[in-house]
Design a protein. Structure first.
Length: 84
């Protein structure tokens, strides 16, 4: 992944990714450092509203931004790591 890259998911893929994050288990306590982080803003299909979400791509591999820290789902890691 290159700093400043942007990926736009279609509606179905976006909904699936959000659902996988919401359904992911709460992240356990962790004291590893993350050296690779991705961030995004989730917006409605009409482009209104936004929720910032960040993902640790290594270290503890947590998702932050939708309430409690959650374990980053494998599908999210794949989508974020292959963005170009």
């Amino acid at each position: 992944m290159v700093a400043g890259t942007r990926t736009v998911l279609d509606r179905g893929s976006s909904a699936g990714l959000v659902r996988s994050i919401v359904d992911a288990p709460l992240a356990p306590a962790c004291n590893l450092f993350s050296t690779r982080v991705a961030s995004t803003e989730l917006v409605r299909p009409d482009g209104s509203g936004s929720t910032p979400v960040s993902f640790e791509l290594d270290g503890c591999r947590r998702v932050a931004g939708l309430g409690d820290y959650r374990v980053t789902p494998p599908a999210a890691l794949t989508a974020l790591s292959s963005a170009s």
